[in-house]
Structure formats: structure tokens, C-alpha cells
Design a binder for this molecule. Sequence first.
Ligand SMILES: C[S@@+](CC[C@H](N)C(=O)[O-])C[C@H]1O[C@@H](n2cnc3c(N)ncnc32)[C@H](O)[C@@H]1O
Length: 283
Amino acid sequence: MTQHPHAAAHAGVHAGHRLEEDLAQLLDLDAETSGPVLDEMTAWIAEQMPADPRAVVDLGAGTGTGSLALARRFPAAQVVAVDRSVVMLDHVRAAARGQGLEDRVQAVQADLDVAWPVVGAADLVWASSFLHEVADPGAVLAEVRDALRPSGLLVVVEMDALPRFLPDDIGLGRPGLESRCHRALADAGWNAHPDWRPLLEHAGFEVLAPRTVSTAASPAPSATARYAAAWFARMRPALQDRLAVEDLDVLDRLLARDAPEALLNRRDLGLRGSRTAWAARRP
Ligand SMILES: C[S@@+](CC[C@H](N)C(=O)[O-])C[C@H]1O[C@@H](n2cnc3c(N)ncnc32)[C@H](O)[C@@H]1O
């Protein structure tokens, strides 16, 4: 039976919305499990700023983790969270209300592949796990440079690799499953980003020393199992044609909610990862 075009379009919109809600949940779990990392990074930014920023812009803000951390760190600042997703921006507004920061955190919808939004002059621009997602990072960096006041700071953050949760041998299938998953996704371009320094310099920024912070936590935070399940659920569709059938079977057992060996019920999970931040000043 052929699906009516409107029904097909509606199903597509629904699936897209669902994917964005899943990503929002993943980002919130990321924030919950790696809290001290943001404290460390925003403290480092405060040291680099010539004066307390008044205007902060968070590009590709997601659920607003960075926006809110910066609003807390810099109490005199107005923060604009920019994202192309209305789903994400709803999360930003709700989180800002939840923390009593709605007067200082504004959510603005814009697709930065298309046009730079009206956000005014900025003292600080934050772009976390975002720059590698745009079609033309050089064009976005040129817009950022123009938006920053002289001596203003851009901070670009990226995950060095996908976060790891499992020991090498999980007692199911062949050891090394998580490494095989990450290798397959790297081949598919996941989290692919360069050392941003040359592009930042090309865009006219003076790059300060990059800083790498570990997101490893011991003992693992209580949300680690839910965070691991969210990551593996996100990875699973992309791995369908990239892993052996035996590995895919093990992944499905890890994702089955009620199985004793499922991620949500395991006792052998850890959390290992790191992020690098490049701080770049507009001369
Ligand atoms: C991986 S998430 C990172 C979210 C957040 N910065 C964090 O670190 O938790 C990337 C975000 O960038 C947004 N994004 C991707 N491409 C975009 C574009 N061209 N314009 C605006 N937002 C974009 C996505 O909607 C998503 O919310």
C-alpha cells in the first residue's frame, strides 16, 4: 500500500523530532556526568578574559549546558543561545527557567549554515561540539570574528574521541567491541574535526594554548549507565552495515532493557573521555 504524501511527511517530521529529543537527552546526560569539566573550563576562560564579559553567545547551544554554565560563571553577562533546532531551544528555555536564569539567557533560532543571527556585539563566543557540524567552518569563524569586540574571546571545544564505557572484555562476544564500534563510526566521519588552530589563525584570531581536560570519573557518576545506553542507542543505527552480525547481536543484548547483561543493569561500566578547548582572541 502506498503511503499518502502528507502522512509520509508527517512521519518524517515526527521521526526528526524524536531524534532531536533523543539527542537532547544524551546532551543532558553528558552534562550530568561531566559537570566538573565545565566548571574547570569556564574558570579557565575567566582567566583569559580581559574583563568580565557582558555579552556571551553560545553557538550550537544544544540543551544549553554551556549557556547556563557561562551565565553562572559570569553573573553580569547576557547569554544568547543559538541553535537551528526548536526542540533544543525549548530545552534551553526550560533549563534557564529551572535555574532562575531566564532573564539572562535568551534562545535564538538560526541555521548558521545559512545566515548569522542578529545577536549584537559579543565579548565571548562559546562553540562546543558544534564547529565540526557546520558545512563551512571558515565562514562561521569569519562571522564570529566580526561579531566579537576587540580582545573578545572565542572558545571552541571538541570531544577528543567518543566517550568510552565498557571494559575490553564484557563477557559477551569477542573482546574489543567498543573499539570496533568507535573505529567504524570514525570511518563514517563521526566527531571528525581537525586541530582548529590553523583555521582559527587563518580567520584572523590569535590562538592561545589549547587546553585538554579529562572527563574520566571514578567512581562512575550515577547517571553513567543511562548515558552509556543513550550513546549506544545513538550509535546502533549507524553501525548496522559496518559491524559483523555477531557484534550487532551483542549490541542488541546490551541495549535490551530487561536483560541482566544490558547496559542499564551492568556493574562494570566506567566513563572515560577528554575534551580539548581552543581559546582564540580577536586582536
Ligand atoms: C552535538 S550538539 C552540541 C550541543 C552543545 N553545544 C553541547 O556541547 O552540549 C550540536 C548542536 O549544534 C546544532 N547545530 C548543528 N548544526 C547547526 C547549524 N548549522 N546551525 C545552528 N545549529 C546547529 C545542533 O542542533 C545541536 O544542538
